[in-house]
Ligand binder design. Structure first.
Ligand code: ACO
Length: 336
């Protein structure tokens, strides 16, 4: 039995905001943002768009591959919905996954969110594969975020980094071998966490530790804060180690891997890791220039763009690698 991605999709909101657009409202420049991050623009959700709306569109885009012209019909074959998100429509409940389940008119299936920041999609894939082992056949796995609604737009150290998007994958339990010659699907995952670094990237207000109190006046919205340098150092280390560990555990070399689909947080993180691992930069599929850091969505959006590029063939070995708030890190090794 193997756990294989059989379709992918993505969605970005219509409103594209360039670095030059940002430079009109805050003290920054296209040159600074590009040279420090590799970001050229980002898409920003509309006032009436929340994470589940993006997730639903990404799901339809993936389902369209299974049933062209009738994605809602293909949806009826799903028996599990797992959504990685750090910006759900509502605090605590309902989960984003339940809202997506309802939008897809699904009934009597499990649906839940995974909270692992930018590693969330990688965690979600592994969670879904584990749950498919027990009876279920097909999972819809989504990474979605609207971080621009929890971003401090006066903080140039963070607001230039993020964008909104969703990516989706349909994960099937198939009869292909999971091990040995001809193996397919997810062959190994690494999931990691370093909660000691929790304060380096967090949404400090709004939760039960520090709730909003009726009548309280906030000087800014409930927004994320980040120690950029600390996260950068963690990211390079965790990213490098995850790639190396996945290869070592399977007795593989980087030459065996066709493409690495990394979390798109900063081009400089990828370059630093590529130098350390002596991997050519073009081994990484990058689209940060267009979308910026869309948190849970970066990996599935990139995976979808790569899958549709025509370069990804059945039998290719690829790797996803994520890192983010928590702090968390994770990677999947899979044969397409
Ligand atoms: N425009 C212009 N200048 C800026 C900007 C900006 N947008 N932001 C910061 N600066 C200035 C600073 O004020 C500072 O000026 P000073 O030297 O006069 O004090 C200077 O640029 C350098 O600032 P640094 O913070 O040292 O810049 P750095 O090179 O470290 O880059 C960055 C900052 C891009 C945030 C980097 O630290 C980084 O990428 N960190 C990792 C972030 C990350 O990956 N986060 C995502 C995790 S994923 C998740 O879970 C959401």
């Amino acid at each position: 039995m193997a756990f294989e991605i059989v379709a992918t999709g993505h969605y970005v909101p219509a409103n594209r905001v360039t670095n030059d657009d940002l430079a009109r409202t805050i003290d920054t420049s296209d040159e600074w943002i590009r040279s420090h991050t590799g970001i050229g623009s980002r898409h920003v959700a509309a006032e009436n768009e929340a994470s589940s709306d993006l997730a639903f569109q990404a799901a339809l885009n993936a389902l369209e591959q299974l049933s062209p012209g009738n994605p809602m019909e293909a949806a009826q074959t799903i028996d599990l919905v797992v959504v990685g998100t750090s910006s759900p429509d509502y605090y605590g409940f309902p989960s984003c996954a339940c809202i997506v389940q309802d939008k897809l008119k699904l009934e009597k299936i499990g649906a839940f969110d995974v909270v692992a920041a930018c590693s969330g999609f990688v965690y979600s894939l592994d969670a879904a594969a584990g749950m498919l082992r027990h009876g279920r056949k097909r999972a819809l796995v989504i990474g979605t975020d609207v971080l621009t609604k929890i971003t401090d737009w006066s903080d140039r150290g963070t607001c230039v980094l993020f964008g909104d998007a969703a990516g989706a994958a349909i994960l099937d339990k198939t009869d292909a071998p999971e091990e040995g010659p001809g193996r397919r699907g997810i062959i190994r995952s690494i999931l990691g966490s370093e909660g000691a670094g929790a304060q380096e990237l967090m949404c400090e207000r709004g939760g039960t530790r520090n709730p909003y109190k009726a009548g309280e006046t906030l000087d800014k919205g409930i927004v994320l804060s980040m120690n950029g340098q600390a996260v950068y150092n963690f990211a390079v280390r965790a990213f490098t180690d995850t790639i190396q560990d996945l290869l070592d555990l399977e007795g593989l070399s980087v030459d065996d891997v066709k493409k690495i689909i990394p979390h798109q947080a900063n081009m400089r993180i990828i370059r630093a890791a590529a130098r350390r691992l002596k991997i050519p930069e073009d081994k990484f599929f990058m689209n940060i220039e267009k979308y910026a850091n869309t948190s849970n969505a970066t990996i599935p959006v990139a995976l979808d763009e790569y899958a549709r590029s025509g370069d990804l063939q059945r039998g290719d070995l690829i790797m996803t690698v994520g890192f983010g708030g928590g702090l968390t890190y994770a990677g999947n090794l899979m044969v397409w």
